[in-house]
Design a binder for this molecule. Structure first.
Ligand SMILES: [Zn+2]
Length: 94
């Protein structure tokens, strides 16, 4: 399920995407996320009403691995952070 060889001509794109954190889009020190973690991030993204779940879907469709900084994942999926974001959105809406 991994390795650049299967992506052939897309190696350049693959390596760039591979090293970009799905949350902050920065490179370096990212960890791969697997099935359950990916589902969790997608769910959080939908709750937050951002486009990260769309990015995840795109990367999965292209067979790109999902990677994330451990800190980003923790901050992003933290319940109190999600509630804060939703409250801010509601405040803007009213
Ligand atoms: Zn990050």
């Amino acid at each position: 399920m991994c390795g650049a060889e299967k992506f052939g001509g897309f190696t350049l794109h693959y390596s760039r995407t591979m090293s970009s954190c799905i949350v902050c889009k920065k490179t370096g020190n990212c960890r791969p996320v697997f099935d359950k973690g990916i589902t969790g991030l997608s769910e959080v993204s939908k709750q937050r009403r951002d486009i990260i779940h769309e990015d995840i879907s795109k990367q999965l469709a292209d067979n790109f691995p999902i990677v994330v900084h451990e800190k980003c994942r923790k901050d992003y999926t933290c319940k109190s952070n999600i509630i804060k974001v939703l409250k801010e959105m509601d405040a803007e809406f009213h």
